[in-house]
Design a protein. Sequence first.
Length: 241
Amino acid sequence: MRQTETACVILLALAAIPLRAQAPPGFRSLFTGSDLRGWKIPDGDGGHWKVLDGVIDYDARSEASGDKHLWTEKSFRNFTLRIDWRLKTAPVLYKGRILLPDGSEKQDENGKPVIVEFPDADSGILLRGGPQVNIWCWPAGSGELWSVRRDLKLPANVRAAATPKVHADRNIGEWNTFEITLIGDRVTIILNGRLVIDNAQVPGIPASGPIGLQHHGNWKDGRWAGPPSLVQFRNISIKEL
């Protein structure tokens, strides 16, 4: 084989190797772009959490008998996390509620929650082993701290702070970027360059724990039981503070 032909073969081989995601200055990558090294795949998952075309792809059909989320092997304390995500499709017509800026739910003249129907999918980023930053199609937009806003035992101002200030999601199928900063029990979230959660308190959050990508929904009797996590992730990087 001539040198030029050999060089072409080598270049083609290199081109077939996925490039490791480049983390921003001061950050380090949590995703290689080619495999799930550094992540704990649920026992018995059956290949449903996988890397496809350089992104983490999930089809919401994990066969694990227990926890179906994808967790980092390492635990973290204070950090800024940058992560791209997109909902591939929203196959379920879901009946949800309209969230008001104070974290309450809009009611009708009889004091009942106003219910609206919309196409939905559902996932999230799990912080330190538990509390969730929502990814979904609700009118309020993604970024809500679900466990905080829904806890009626918490003060009104704490619940209000856990509610997205603006709807910053892009269209279903388009990529979005979260920048999540967690210091102590305080969380600030920027979605697509817009501030959606500003220094919200998460009472009782563990001091340290892994970061998770959330499973949601189940396929049962030929249909989805709840909005599924038909979601992809890429460009995951962290700066420990």
